[in-house]
Every structure is written in structure tokens, then in C-alpha cells.
Unconditional design. Sequence first.
Length: 339
Amino acid sequence: MKRLLLAAIASVLLVGCPPPGGGRGSGGGGGGGGGNAGAQISPDACGKINTSKAGRKLYSFLVASAELDRASLELEQSIHGACKKMAMELGVSADGDIREVCTRAAKELEANLQVSVKTESRLVTRHEPARCTTDIEFTAGVVAECEASVSADVDVRCEGTCGGTCSGVCDGTCSSGGASGSQCNGTCDGACRGRCTGGCDGYANVNASAECKASAEIRASTHTTCTEPKVYVVREDVTVVDDTKFQAALRAIEAGMPRILQATAKLELAGRALGQWVGTGADLVRAGGQLLQDIGEQAICVGGQLAAVVAASAQIQARFEVSIEMSASVSASAGASGG
């Protein structure tokens, strides 16, 4: 995406438009994901560009990109902060970037558990999975604004449990009657394969043009709220031989694992939308000069905004990668499992 976008907007940037400063979605530093991206994505920096079909889609994409930039940083910082708490409980240094701190905490946690208990089976940290709720009406509104249509005409499907009315196939019990897997027009206690009003405990799948789909699914995921899981350690068939180290390990798990698991749940949803976002960036490049020509006199400024997206894109993906990697590492050391 980076190479393609750079090639597409290079001629625009050469005429002297400086990268815009300020605004939403700064790329800030967070260790593994890198520092500030330089230019910042500010969708409103070019004035009102959403007055045409091309402008609406570009503006929606820039807004989603700014939110994704900010959300990826916040999720990385959340896991980084949780690892710092765990490190302090374990008595090791909490200094360093996310990779350094989480790796240190994971190794110390594993070491503590290995020397503090005598057991025939591995100690297991169990948790109730985080419940992530996506606002379907908000998502529909994003699509409607991007497509210049009415929200009621937008097709947003809930891949999960529908918290409102399910107009489609309900893989569960429907309040309006009917067996599992049949058409429903009521509350679905189960997965709704159709239009869902209200909250969706799962992923919001949007049926729209590529640009509007990418923007809406990114913004749906960045606005998704996830509960903090309850974490507890199963101690069956465990003989504690070093209570000091064992208690330190328990405190570390309690201090950090709920936030790590919560952030991971949101990362999974946002990560799915990330692929569509990257593909849309490539599609915008293929539109080339015609796309910027449709914007008119604001093309130079919009080119600068696309440059800001380029500057942020590598770091956004790096933040996702390091956050998921470190979450998995710490979870493995804690013996985390669902249920």
C-alpha cells in the first residue's frame, strides 16, 4: 500500500504542499509500533471535500484512517500498560517499549510459576471471554453518509449475536417463532445472519461500495466496546512450594491479564477490518489522477492527506502485529484459556 500510494501522489506532493499538522489521529509513539508517523491525518484540513461522490468516499476513508491510527496506538498502549503492571508485580523492570516489557514480564511470570508449584498438570488461567458490542445503527449511519443514501436502505449484517431485531436467518431462538436456522423478524437469541438493529455482539459486515465498506467497518470496530474479562487461576492438583513467587504470579495475572484479553478481543475485530482498509487504499491509488481531478482545487491538500495515510499505514500495521504477538506471549506464559 505504501509504495502504491507514494507513486500515485508523488506528483501532487512535488508541487509543494506541506504535510498537514494537527487534527485527529496522530501517530504517537508506542514502542513496538514505532514513534510519530510525521504527518498527521486530519480529514477536515482541506475544507469541505464531501460534496461530490468521490469527495464523500475520500472523506469517509480519511476519517476512518484517522480513527484507526488513533485506535491502534491506544490498543498498543493498553497492552503495554498491562505488561508494565505485571512486571512491577513480578519485581522486574517496567522500563522499555512494549516488546521489551511484555517479553520480560512473560518470561518472569513463566519462571515464577515453574518454581513456585509442583504439579502433574499445568496451572491454567481461565477467563470469561470479553463481550464486544458494535453499534449497528452507528455503522449504518457511516455508510449512509458515505453513499449519500438513507440509513434504512443500508445493509449491515451482524456476524454474532444480535442484541435488537434480527431481520434474517437466526441461528438460535427467535422471539417471533420458528426453528433455529429459519427466517426471523424479532429478537434473535443466537447469531443473526441478516440485518440487525441495535447492538451486535460480533462483527458488523457492511454491504456497500468498497470505499464505504472499508470506512464503515473500520469505524464500527474502533467504536466497538469490549467488556473486561473476569480472570481466575485454576489451582486443582497444584502444590505450592514457594508461596511468595506464586502470590506474585497471581497478582501479576490479576493486574494485567484482564486488560490484555480485553484489548486482544478488540484487536481481532479491528484486525479483520484492517485488511479491507489496506485493499481500499490500493483501489484509491488505481483511481489515480482521475480521483484527485474529481476533487478539484482541493486536490493538492487531499494529496497531502493521502501522504499522511501512507506515513501512518506502516506503523498502524506494526502496532497490530506487535500487540497481537505480545498478547499471545504473555497469555501463553499465564496459561490463559477461555471458559
